[in-house]
Design a protein around this ligand. Structure first.
Ligand SMILES: Nc1ncnc2c1ncn2[C@@H]1O[C@H](COP(=O)(O)OP(=O)(O)OP(=O)(O)O)[C@@H](O)[C@H]1O
Ligand SMILES: [Mg+2]
Length: 259
C-alpha cells in the first residue's frame, strides 16, 4: 500500500507519518517513508537519523538537470523500482525503517518546486512494493501536489485534521481532489485535539462532509516538547492512539498484518 499523509501546513503530517511508520514496523511491515515535502527538512530527526538522505533529485542531477538526466540510465529510468534497488546514500535505514527524500528547495530564486513534483509523481508511480511493504509519503502542505499529479499512483490518502475550521476546509478540499482522481481510500485522522468533546464535534463535522474518521491523536505535551529538538517521543500516549488508526486503515484497505 502507498499511503500519502496530507493536510494543512502544521496540522501534524510529519508527526503522523512518524507514528504510523513506527506502528507499521511493530506490526511486521517493511516500511519505506518517502519525504515529499520540498520545504521542511527535519523528518530524518524524527526517526533518529543524524543526517538526511541524499535527495533522489541528486540522482537525476538536481533540478536543473532533471529533463536531461531523466533520459540517462539510472534507477529512475527503470519501469519499476524496488526499494532494494535504491542506492545506499539515497536510502537511510534504521531498525527496519527506510527513509528516502525527493528534494528540497535550498536557495532563494532557485525556481519553483515543480520538478520535484514531477520526480515525486514518477518515483511513486514506479515504486514496486513487496506484499509486506508499506510506503508512507509525507506530503507537502496543502493541495498543490494534486495539481502536479503526485497522488495519481497513491492508493490511500490520510488527511490530518486539526480543530480549526481552516484545517477542516483544507481537509475537505483534499478529500474532494483525492476522490476526484479515483482514490477510494480517503480518510481523516484528528490531531492536536484538546478534549473528547472537541473530538466528538470534529468527528461529527467531518462525517457530515462524508469524510470517514479513522482515529484521534489528542494534543500531547510530550510531542510538542520533543519537537523543540526536532524529535518524536518513542513510546508516548500517541503511540497507543495510533494503533487504532493503523488497525482501522488496514482493515478498511483489506490488508492483513504480515505473519
Ligand atoms: N498531537 C499533537 N500534540 C501536540 N503537538 C503536536 C501534535 N501533533 C503535532 N504537534 C506539533 O505541531 C507542530 C507541527 O507538527 P508537524 O511538523 O508534524 O506538522 P506538519 O503538518 O508536518 O507541518 P508542515 O506543514 O510544516 O510540514 C510540531 O511542533 C509538532 O510537535
Ligand atoms: Mg511536515
Amino acid at each position: 500500500m502507498k499511503i500519502s499523509v496530507c493536510g494543512k501546513g502544521g496540522s501534524g503530517k510529519s508527526t503522523v507519518v512518524a507514528l504510523l511508520a513506527n506502528e507499521a514496523l511493530k506490526r511486521g511491515y517493511q516500511v519505506l517513508v518517502v519525504d515529499s515535502d520540498e520545504s521542511n527538512s527535519g523528518l530524518f530527526r524524527m526517526f533518529g537519523f543524524d543526517r538526511p538522505p541524499v535527495p533522489l533529485m541528486e540522482l537525476v542531477g538536481g533540478k536543473k538537470g532533471l529533463k536531461r538526466k531523466m533520459s540517462q540510465p539510472n534507477i529512475l529510468s527503470e519501469a519499476n523500482i524496488q526499494t532494494a534497488q535504491i542506492p545506499g546514500e539515497y536510502l537511510l535505514q534504521k531498525d527496519g525503517l527506510k527513509l528516502a527524500a525527493i528534494g528540497k528547495i535550498m536557495q532563494s530564486l532557485e525556481g519553483c518546486a515543480c520538478p520535484m513534483g514531477v520526480l515525486s509523481r514518477e518515483f511513486l508511480k514506479k515504486l514496486d512494493l513487496a506484499e509486506d511493504e508499506l510506503a508512507i509519503v509525507d506530503m507537502e502542505a496543502g493541495v498543490e501536489h494534486f495539481g502536479r499529479g503526485v497522488d495519481t499512483s497513491i492508493d490511500s490518502v490520510l488527511i490530518v485534521v486539526e480543530p480549526p475550521l481552516e484545517s477542516i476546509n483544507v481537509g475537505q478540499k483534499i478529500y474532494d481532489l483525492a476522490s476526484g482522481i479515483g482514490i477510494k481510500n480517503v480518510w481523516a485522522v484528528l490531531n492536536k485535539v484538546p478534549t473528547a468533546e472537541i473530538a466528538a464535534r470534529l468527528k461529527t463535522e467531518l462525517q457530515g462532509r462524508h469524510i470517514k474518521v479513522v482515529g484521534c491523536i489528542y494534543s500531547n505535551a510530550d510531542i510538542f516538547n520533543s519537537s523543540m529538538e526536532g524529535k518524536m517521543p518513542v513510546n508516548g500516549v500517541a503511540s497507543r492512539e495510533i494503533k487504532e488508526v493503523m488497525s482501522s486503515i488496514l482493515s478498511r484497505a483489506g490488508l492483513p498484518t504480515p505473519t
